[in-house]
Design a protein around this ligand. Sequence first.
Ligand code: AVJ
Length: 321
Amino acid sequence: MTATPLPTIPAAPVDSVFLRDVIRGLGAGHKSLPCKYFYDAVGSRLFDRICALEEYYPTRAELDLLTLHGTEIADVAGPGVTLVEYGSGSSVKTGLLLDRFREPAVYVPVDISREHLLASAHRLARRYPDLPVLPVCADFTGPFELPVEAGTGRRVVYFSGSTIGNFSPGEAVRLLAGMARLAGPEGGLLIALDLKKDRAILEPAYNDRLGVTATFNLNLLARINRELRANFALDRFRHLAVYNEECGRIEMLLISLEAQRVRVGGRTFSFEAGETICTEHSHKYSPTDVHALAGKAGLNVRHFWTDSRGLFSVAWMSRAE
Ligand code: AVJ
């Protein structure tokens, strides 16, 4: 018997959009990488650990806010709504809303991280057996469609966690306008925004003592190594987050500890010692900033809630008449 030749196993395909974004970001004069790529399976788990950190106040503040004001929020939303959640992640906060909403019709979580999305969709479907859960795996910065089963009920778009802060002011306006379109003239937007505050609170939230945020930031380079066959040496970069008060944002950085070259997808990128890659902006807002942002998207802020310590906010926005 002659042995059949072993088939050659093709290398895992490289995601060409991811590769293009990385090449573009590292090729720029000020190097940067899009923060949406933090959330592979490892990164999504690390982010859940960040949310439990003592220094990372936003998650606890938003939970506190929803506990304090959830009933009023549910009253504003009304009965029988289709709740569409952008960047749903592990959907922990959603339970607090769903518990208070009156007869919600459908829940549509939209997230870029497929495994995370499906796991939390299953968890919610088990917890709310009468509620149709219709997960949509999509990058919400681009166009996507709601499943037809989402129905025609009043739509409420929930954007939790202050993820809107990752976008530049102009992008945030476009994103809000897109959400308003999806919600329709009768719908509403429930937008979480982190508030401006002293850097003594802000900076530790992004430079935790356990180093979870550092691991989360460096995982972006590890992911590029894994998926794009790159050769970043993770111990030659260091994490740092700084509050840029003038721009009202936290800047997440990876600092090259030495002069070095890195190969990505057949290209070589040079780093000077001390050169930075900016991996994320996390904008912070004053109540005035929130009103201005909504206004630019053709929306009005109808309600504005904060947590008991005044760290974090949720705004109800709907179309300006
Ligand atoms: C998920 C965008 C809300 O900006 O606070 C946490 C991400 N980055 N620690 C934030 C993040 C570092 C987080 N958001």
